[in-house]
Ligand binder design. Structure first.
Ligand code: UDP
Length: 317
């Protein structure tokens, strides 16, 4: 099959391209590189089944036929990035999603939207099931991300209902692994980078807020199964192992044997207090559940970050 992946140069997008190529498909990777990096795709650039096009999906896009699937991952996914670029975030979630849906419709191709646990906002239900409608501040600082993803979900369902497009919606919970940017502000790269460099680990608030971390290979397996499925409504993909950010900081300290102290910084506005996926639906419909433990996943991620430090050190010498 021939797929277009938007956000192909990003963390999740590049791993999804790898999986599609490994399955024997052809891939057109599209990215405007606002947060992605072609380094994530370097190993695919010589592959005759892979093509990279630098393009902003908020501008219309025509792909030569045939096209069997449009997988729309383009987004500014890190709070640091979307808080710095709220208008671009709203635009890619709305116009970008519309353009990608139009592309799928015009080619009679399937469509996958990578949505987010952020659709649940600061959840009043715990753990979060797909049936929960969420508790989102519609005008808060995070609303550019949350509301554009909620709109993207609504648009996707409308294209399915009105035009019969074969759509899937994944609600992705916190995911980590190699190819995350060291400085993207999210908690896994932030804590690992701080611990590996021996500088203070910055816990926001009192660290009692919780998250549940899914390793990238588990997420990609879930996405692949979902896009091949007939499920049209959203499906949570994430790892249910939940912990507080203070526990996570302690865990990183032990794992890296760092001398970094923990310091406390102010909690950002509207930071969700608890987040844990209920993955019963994914288990039932897709036969999917995460397999990689946090310890295994963090060990792989640490190896990756160390290779980045080594490369940076070599180039500055
Ligand atoms: N966080 C933290 N220190 C950091 C970065 C993040 O304590 O240096 C916290 C943040 O306040 C949030 C959690 O870690 O409660 C996850 O943040 P992240 O930015 O990774 O993503 P989110 O789940 O909020 O979208």
């Amino acid at each position: 099959m021939r797929f277009l992946v938007s956000g192909a140069a990003g963390f999740i997008g590049s791993h999804l391209c790898d999986r599609l190529i490994a399955e024997g498909h052809e891939v057109i990777g599209v990215d405007n590189l606002i947060t992605g990096s072609t380094q994530n795709l370097g190993h695919l650039l010589g592959n005759e089944r892979f093509q990279f096009i630098r393009h902003d999906v908020t501008e219309t896009f025509e792909a030569p036929a045939p096209l069997d699937g449009v997988l729309h991952l383009a987004s500014l996914a890190s709070p640091k990035d979307y808080l710095a670029n709220p208008l671009e975030t709203l635009e890619v979630g709305s116009t970008g999603t519309r353009n990608m849906l139009e592309l799928a419709r015009s080619h009679n191709a399937r469509f996958l939207l990578t949505s987010t646990s952020e659709c649940y906002g600061d959840p009043l239900e715990h753990p979060q099931k797909e049936t929960y409608w969420g508790n989102v501040n519609p005008i808060g600082l995070r609303s550019c991300y949350d509301e554009s993803k909620r709109y993207a979900e609504a648009l996707t369902m409308a294209y399915h209902r009105v035009h019969g497009v074969r759509t899937n919606i994944a609600r992705i919970f916190n995911t980590y692994g190699p190819r995350m940017q060291l400085n993207d502000g999210r908690v896994v790269p932030a804590f690992l980078d701080q611990a590996l460099r021996g500088v203070p680990i910055t816990v926001f608030g009192d660290g009692s807020q919780t998250r549940s971390f899914c390793y990238i290979s588990d997420l990609i397996e879930g996405l692949y199964r979902l896009m091949m499925s007939d499920e049209r409504e959203p499906v949570n993909l994430g790892n249910p192992r939940e912990m507080t950010m203070l526990e996570f900081a302690e865990h990183i300290r032990q794992l890296t044997k760092t001398t970094s102290p923990i310091v406390f910084h102010p909690l950002p506005a509207d930071d969700p207090k608890r987040r844990q996926p209920d993955i019963t639906k994914a288990k039932t419909i897709l036969g999917w559940e995460p397999k990689v433990t946090l310890e295994e996943g963090l060990a792989e991620t640490i190896k990756y970050f160390q290779s980045i430090y080594a490369a940076a050190g070599a180039s500055s010498r």
